[in-house]
Design a protein around this ligand. Sequence first.
Ligand code: URA
Length: 241
Amino acid sequence: MRLQKYLAHAGVASRRASEAIIAAGRVTVGGTVVRDPATDVGEDDDVRVDGSPVAPVRVTVVFAVNKPAGVVSTAQDTHGRPTVVDLVPAGTRRLYPVGRLDADTTGLILLTDDGELADLLTHPRYEVPKVYLARVAGAVDDAALRQLRDGVELDDGRTLPATVERINPHTLRLTLREGRKRQVRRMCEAVGHPVEALRRVRLGPLDVGRLREGEWRALDAREVQALRDAPKPVRRPGRRG
Ligand code: URA
């Protein structure tokens, strides 16, 4: 980040005033006076104004990616398959996928260098809603719909109540507040309608929007803040924490 912006982000002064402070030779980076406001600095640099250290500035990056099928959502794949991280431009930051989508699931996945944000968005306690469109085999009747909504018995326990709309007999829109492995596929299979195609269209406050498969965009500060505000602890009887 440019030194001038860095000082402004750290609350030292406005951008314009920071430029003047830098030009006056009051700022050192790693012990050397720096007079160029465009000097690139990062959170590991020792930046000082009049000899006093400036607290490091952490700027989070979050990318929204529309994952195509065949791309895995781990940071690395032992089988050498392309990963979602390969879809965004390589930078100096280490990016982590927020949660997982199956290789054959398409749609919205986030990548961030902020481990704390990733944990908040995926921690089961916060039940951040995730919305999926599923095309399933067979025509879904009212009984199957009710089961999906009320909770389905899976081998790792019963699913939480979910919002499930039938868009047409073969297409469901499911809003889940859990993120178990292959959960939508297992739920639909359990009620007799195996998934043929699955796409995630929303995560918390963020919609996949106009991103086409394989495309990405960096979220702005307002969108990142909305993601930070999304996780709210949910109290459920019998659950600790
Ligand atoms: N549920 C699934 O079954 N697969 C996904 O990729 C995401 C949710």
